[in-house]
Design a protein. Structure first.
Length: 288
């Protein structure tokens, strides 16, 4: 039994209840963040808080806490859940919905307080430094069928769920997405990188993809480690002919991909550039 946070109270997760009239339940009307912590040290906290603030502003929900208060809530959740998650690899999920109204009506209601929920869960350990020890990913490839504001970390994740389910049904780890022009955007729950001739490429930020915090940390880490990196659009052919392909997310850090739609990437093995990249990421991730 883990401990959750709900509207100012810490309580067993099984006792955390919201009204079925909550707009997060009825409309997916909310914003969320997932923050990884290792031995009580959060990764990318400033970035997560900035994105949470930006997302709430984008959908006109007042941020219920300042950054210090959010940090305190996270620290308390980690502390209270440490006995239940002895590995110390703890993810913290924060969810802010517009709140509970007395009726179901599409327009934003006036004068209701946001619902704030947080809980802890075990995440995978940090990625190993040796390419021979890492779990390599195999992924599917699909055209993006989601809405046009993917840069907002909305709780309305049905489109992402359907794309991820495609991967599950194909027996792979993820689904990489492309737009109608055949340009790679992101994956159902990750950002995407390719490597060609020792240069790392990732799609530039726009409304088609989420500004991933791990992506941001990785880009700075790569620059510090003298790994050449470019935010640049690339095609399906570029993806399939890359020397290496990686995914990034808070829970996966930087994960190597060795197969897309049944086609091997490079020689089908985790590459040397990934090994250099994950070391750079680990060296910087608690500094960001």
């Amino acid at each position: 039994m883990t401990i959750a946070f709900l509207n100012g109270d810490f309580l067993p997760l099984s006792e955390a209840k919201i009204s079925p009239m909550d707009r997060g339940f009825l409309f997916g009307d909310g914003i969320y963040e997932v923050i990884p912590t290792y031995q009580a040290k959060p990764v990318g906290m400033k970035g997560h808080m900035a994105r949470l603030k930006s997302g709430l502003s984008a959908i006109s929900i007042t941020n219920p806490y300042d950054e210090t208060q959010w940090r305190d809530i996270l620290a308390t959740l980690v502390e209270k859940n440490s006995p239940y998650i002895p590995s110390g690899n703890i993810g913290i999920y924060f969810h802010v919905s517009r709140g509970t109204d007395s009726k179901r009506f599409h327009a934003f209601p006036d004068n209701i307080a946001p619902t704030v929920f947080g809980f802890a869960f075990e995440i995978a350990p940090a990625q190993p430094l040796n390419k021979h020890d890492v779990k390599a990913f195999k992924v599917a490839l699909e055209e993006d069928k989601r809405w046009q504001r993917c840069h907002i970390k909305s709780t309305s994740l049905l489109g992402n769920v359907l794309h991820f389910q495609t991967g599950v049904e194909q027996g792979v780890n993820e689904t990489i997405l492309h737009n109608s022009a055949g340009e790679i955007t992101e994956a159902s729950s990750c950002n995407v990188f390719i490597v060609k001739n020792n240069v790392v490429y990732t799609p530039p930020l726009d409304n088609q993809l989420l500004p991933g915090i791990t992506r941001s940390i990785a880009l700075e880490a790569f620059t510090r480690a003298s790994i050449e990196v470019e935010a640049s659009r690339f095609s399906i052919d570029d993806l399939l002919n890359a020397d290496e392909v990686w995914l990034s997310s808070s829970s996966k850090e930087i994960a190597p991909v060795v197969e897309v739609n049944g086609m091997a990437i490079g020689d089908g093995n985790v590459g040397d550039m990934w090994q250099k990249a994950i070391k750079a990421y680990h060296d910087y991730k608690f500094i960001a």
